[in-house]
Design a protein around this ligand. Structure first.
Ligand code: PEP
Ligand code: MN
Length: 340
């Protein structure tokens, strides 16, 4: 059993109430709060959930990632209706200039994109590369949201930025490949009660990835959008190897929504569409795609960003594929349902 204590509650206040279990209990720190773990011995979580000091009780021995595996809430993302069409998240790798970004946001909205992405603080491999425009970019993202009504998905690198992201109206907090296993960041972001788009670290196993999602759900994220963005293998012809095989595995392990990022996996614009379509065919419920007003001039990831026209084509083809896969001649159920 896991008891996540409310902020400010110390383990010493709760341990005496556990009776004999207290001697077997382990106390752990989770972000700013304390958690107590002890053998469940057949007791259910419900009784503990009633305790005033307890924010959340989870019968964690039952499954490896109890919240990820039993998650059954609904997902609300702008106008997207889960199961009816792919989720489209699109926008530039980094937000670089106001006018062209606002024009792009309007064009993406007109194409039926559900969520606008755009980098503000960038996680670049080289310290000499463009690091993003930071707060300036957040201001333009906020303006784009205001003008188009599109929800925003922005990568967050540190919990020190949480407040400015909330002020800018960021709706989905992207935790990128480099931070998937930054458990402190996951916990602090999730505490804001916002959903996360959790990219897979290219070195992470599915188990490690889902445990990272477990941190976020445990800390209060209403849902986590799992995003496969390519893993590191021996193969070098593409930037990463898109693990399409992980998509049916995720559908089997969890009812959390799952999407793919063909842009970072491909690394080259010409390969983005085939990878995106392959991901949808394998059960991705949507795609996050980098689209730039003028890709060759982009200050980050120039080679992989699509033009608006290239994106529009991918969207039409992806939707046709998705619809074809939804046709169920033998009455089979759609595969985003909860695992049994
Ligand atoms: C991004 O989405 O711009 C990004 C940096 O992605 P990743 O974390 O997958 O590298
Ligand atoms: Mn990028």
């Amino acid at each position: 059993m896991w008891l996540l204590l409310r902020e400010g509650v110390l383990p010493e206040e709760v341990l005496p109430r556990l009776g004999e279990q207290a001697s077997l209990a382990e106390v752990r720190r989770l972000g700013e709060r304390w958690a107590i773990a002890f053998p469940t011995n057949g007791v259910t979580a419900e009784a503990f959930s009633q305790w005033e000091e307890v924010e959340r009780a989870v019968a964690a021995e039952v499954r490896d990632f109890p919240l990820v595996q039993s998650w059954a809430a609904s997902v609300e993302i702008g106008t997207w209706r889960r199961g009816e069409a792919p989720l489209w998240i699109a926008g530039p790798c980094s937000v670089e200039e106001r006018t062209s970004f606002l024009e792009l946001a309007h064009a993406l909205s007109a194409l039926g994109v559900h969520v606008l992405r755009g980098g503000a603080y960038k996680a670049r491999t080289s310290p000499y590369s463009f690091q993003g425009l930071g707060r300036q970019a957040l201001d333009w993202l906020a303006e784009a949201k205001d003008r188009t009504g599109l929800p925003l998905c922005v990568e967050i690198l540190t919990e020190a930025h949480l407040e400015v992201y909330l002020v800018a109206g960021v709706d989905i907090f992207q935790v990128g490949a480099r931070n998937m296993d930054n458990y402190w960041l996951l916990t602090e972001v999730a505490r804001a009660g916002k959903p996360l788009l959790l990219k897979r670290n290219p070195q992470a196993t599915v188990n490690e990835w889902l445990l990272a999602a477990e941190y976020a759900l445990l800390a209060g994220a209403p849902w986590v959008l799992l995003c496969e963005r390519g893993i590191r293998t021996f193969e070098r012809s593409l930037r990463y190897t898109l693990d399409v095989g992980v998509l049916p595995v995720l559908a089997h392990q969890t009812a959390l929504p799952r999407i793919a990022d063909p842009s970072h996996a491909a690394g080259e614009a010409r390969f983005v569409e085939p990878l995106g379509l392959a991901a949808l065919a394998a059960g991705a419920e949507g795609l996050i795609v980098e689209v730039h007003p003028n890709p060759p001039a982009a200050r980050s990831d120039a080679q992989q960003q699509l033009t608006l026209d290239q994106f529009a084509r991918l969207k039409v083809r992806g939707e046709a594929l998705f619809a074809a896969l939804q046709a169920q001649p033998h009455g089979a159920s759609a595969n985003h349902s909860k695992p049994s």
